[in-house]
Design a protein around this ligand. Structure first.
Ligand SMILES: Nc1ncnc2c1ncn2[C@@H]1O[C@H](COP(=O)(O)OP(=O)(O)OP(=O)(O)O)[C@@H](O)[C@H]1O
Length: 326
């Protein structure tokens, strides 16, 4: 039996006003997205740039307010409850931008302790030193400044800061994409290790499917603000059923040329359309070789299927089609 979800989102929608050529026009960067994650579990959210992953992450930690939908922590609406909010912390993408260069590591990591009144004086310093050890850094690093550290070490400082609030859920927004490939695995392994030790639920936003495969139990795929496929990581990444996931996977990590050809043929013709002006029907239909009239007219709903991933698609790719390409 899977553990009860600790964090749930139901029908989250976020509307922005566009800039540029579409200036002022309202559009939905995230539309009706639901998810749930349990202690000790990682749910990854993947999709091309601009599909709404960061906006979703920012809603989950309270940096953006959803226009519709709700976020529940242990079944309770989070809304403005500070004690519940503290339970969901964010690790940001760029450790160069997210750490204040004028503050010591001690003050950076202690900020959540100060804000939430968790420790003062000697206990504050001791807690920061414990957190530095927990993320694999020397406790003496507390008196130094961010510029004295490498990218990987800075991301460890960012993780320590998130953990200072004693969260149950970490929302990691592309936490390794700004790092050298050689240190990405170390930071991913640190997150996996911390998750085991602290029974953390992790929502991991990423575009690199190889990294996603290493860390996730479940994967949700987004396309232009919509969730289009969701299920067990192996199911979604190895035998995907939504034509968009097949294409995404084909372009990213498909080692088998025949399968990669199927992926390219199945979908993802051309550039993603602008989220400000999505096509009618299925948002993916202009790029999908399987699209029929119904796809061009009516947006498909996400449907769960026993033993398979959930998909929002009228013509999902069957596993024998993938097998046939191998
Ligand atoms: N504050 C904002 N105001 C207006 N538009 C925004 C705002 N934040 C994001 N957007 C737009 O919303 C859409 C989704 O952006 P978001 O950053 O969530 O996507 P993403 O999948 O995380 O992309 P990336 O991987 O490039 O960060 C994009 O078209 C983006 O330009």
């Amino acid at each position: 039996m899977p553990a009860k979800p600790i964090l749930e989102a139901r029908g989250l929608t976020k509307t922005f006003r566009a800039g540029g050529a579409m200036f002022g026009k309202q559009f939905q960067a995230v539309k009706g997205v639901s998810l749930a994650v349990s202690p000790g579990e990682t749910l990854s959210v993947v999709g091309e740039s601009g599909c709404g992953k960061s906006t979703l992450a920012r809603m989950l930690v309270g940096l953006e307010t959803p226009d519709e939908g709700e976020i529940l922590f242990k079944g309770e609406p989070i809304r403005r409850d500070r004690a519940l909010r503290r339970q969901v912390q964010m690790v940001f993408q760029d450790p160069y931008l997210s750490l204040n260069p004028r503050r010591t590591v001690l003050d950076i990591i202690a900020e959540p302790l100060d804000v939430h009144g968790l420790a003062r004086g000697a206990a504050r310093r001791q807690r920061v030193e414990e957190l530095l050890s927990a993320v694999g850094l020397d406790p003496a690093a507390a008196s130094r400044f961010p510029h004295e550290f490498s990218g990987g070490q800075r991301q460890r400082i960012g993780i320590a800061r998130a953990l200072a609030a004693e969260p149950s859920v970490l929302v990691c927004d592309e936490p390794v994409s700004a790092l050298d490939v050689s240190v990405q695995a170390q930071v991913v392994n640190l997150l996996i290790d911390l998750q085991k030790r602290l029974d953390l639920a992790i929502i991991f936003i990423a575009h690199d499917l190889a990294v996603v495969r290493a860390i996730s139990q479940r994967v949700m795929v987004m396309y232009l603000g919509r969730a289009v496929e969701e299920g067990a990581a192996d199911q979604v990444l190895v035998t995907p059923n939504h034509p968009y996931t097949v294409a995404l996977r084909g372009s990213a990590l498909e080692p088998d040329p025949a399968r990669a050809r199927l992926a390219r043929g199945t979908a993802a013709r051309g550039e993603p359309p602008n989220p400000v002006d999505p096509p009618p029907g299925c948002r993916f239909n202009p790029r999908c070789s399987r699209a029929t009239d119904v796809c061009r007219q009516t947006e498909p709903a996400m449907e769960s299927r026993p033993g398979l991933s959930a998909v929002a698609c009228y013509h999902p790719v069957a596993s024998h089609e993938l097998a046939g390409a191998a």
